[in-house]
Design a protein around this ligand. Structure first.
Ligand SMILES: C[S@@+](CC[C@H](N)C(=O)[O-])C[C@H]1O[C@@H](n2cnc3c(N)ncnc32)[C@H](O)[C@@H]1O
Length: 337
């Protein structure tokens, strides 16, 4: 059966492509004697792309490239410079398992254990949410803001997950000193790996607990906050913000695989914003910024929460590249006003 989904980057070799039945009985059927075939990178790329297309997987060519490059230990570009390279039986067995799981909606990032965020390769596993491209906009605004200021910049990244926001800021703003918190200890293990990978241990401190809770009892952190003239220059957060109704209708690749605690935030999806905005004032310096990622329909509600708090000026809601509300930015009033 032909897929109605568009096929990208797929013109070469179309006339030589074998049927899906052939594909099943050769590559995807484990009992078939794979050594009978000379499986090259080129053949596999085309066949895996077709399989994933027919399974309705997003970006099937890219997904095929990511899986094959992972199994072969090559960069994506090297797949194209080594098109005729044969793939070993061991590599085929591994690829077979991963392709089947991808066809069953398991996210490619969990299958390969990595993803790209803000031009950085980050480790991920099913304990953490996979960073999304929309969050890069939040990071962009944070970096712009921090670069307008002088001296060491104290940043708090709440709900850090795999540490993507903290790592991207630390890599791009050398004067940033970051405390990153998350309620999940398992998630912080992944964040620690990413911090280690980019040699940022001196710049990012990880703490486990509910929102601001872990900031208070840690003496060294209290000292950090005190040293920084009582408070952070920037508090940034991409919290869970999915509503009850949205959670029910999530696609399988998200609902069945990504952690619920990273997604769901109560009936209206605003639970974390309410609790965070209520307390955030205590942790911000005058003139400091609060930057939040928000759901596409949450702009008006989050703006209202920020206005009601009475601490903030210059409250802005910004849209993402799909023209959906995506970021809330607010500045804490300066002492002079
Ligand atoms: C939407 S994910 C964001 C992860 C990462 N910052 C990103 O941008 O991809 C939300 C994260 O918040 C954490 N989390 C959920 N509830 C929390 C809470 N009450 N306090 C701290 N972290 C929480 C989850 O464990 C998850 O890692």
């Amino acid at each position: 059966m032909k897929s109605s989904r568009p096929r990208r980057g797929y013109k070469a070799n179309q006339t030589q492509r074998p049927s899906n039945l052939f594909l099943f009985f050769t590559f995807l059927c484990p009992s078939y004697n794979l050594t009978m075939q000379n499986w090259t990178i080129q053949k596999l790329l085309n066949w895996v792309t077709e399989y994933l297309t027919n399974k309705g997987v997003d970006s099937p060519r890219l997904s095929a490239e990511l899986l094959l490059s992972h199994v072969m230990g090559l960069k994506r570009i090297e797949l194209y410079t080594q098109f005729d390279k044969s793939v070993s039986k061991q590599q085929l067995d591994k690829l077979h398992d991963l392709v089947e799981r991808a066809g069953d909606s398991e996210p490619i990032a969990y299958l390969t254990g990595k993803t790209e965020f803000y031009s950085l390769e980050l480790e991920v596993n099913p304990d953490c949410m996979i960073p999304r491209p929309e969050t890069e906009l939040l990071v962009e605004r944070a970096i712009e803001f921090l670069r307008t200021r002088t001296g060491t910049q104290f940043v708090c990244d709440l709900c850090t997950g795999c540490g993507c926001i903290a790592v991207a800021i630390a890599k791009n703003v050398p004067v940033a000193r970051i405390i990153a918190t998350d309620i999940s200890a398992a998630v912080l293990d992944i964040a620690a790996q990413n911090i280690e990978k980019y040699s940022l241990k001196e710049k990012i401190t990880l703490l486990c607990g509910d929102l601001f809770d872990p900031l208070v009892p840690q003496l060294d952190v209290e000292k950090l906050v005190l040293d920084s003239d009582r408070g952070f220059d920037l508090i940034i957060c991409n919290p869970p913000y999915i509503t009850a109704a949205e959670f029910e209708s999530l696609n399988k690749n998200i609902k069945a695989y990504e952690p619920r605690i990273a997604l769901y935030a109560g009936e209206d999806g605003l639970d974390i914003y309410r609790r965070l905005i209520e307390k955030v004032d205590e942790f911000l310096k005058p003139d400091a910024a609060l930057m939040l990622e928000i759901g596409y329909a949450q702009g008006p509600a989050v703006k209202e929460l920020l206005e009601q708090n009475g601490t903030f000026t210059e409250i802005k809601i910004e849209k993402d590249f799909r023209n959906n509300d995506r970021i809330a930015i607010a500045k804490k009033m300066s002492l002079l006003k």
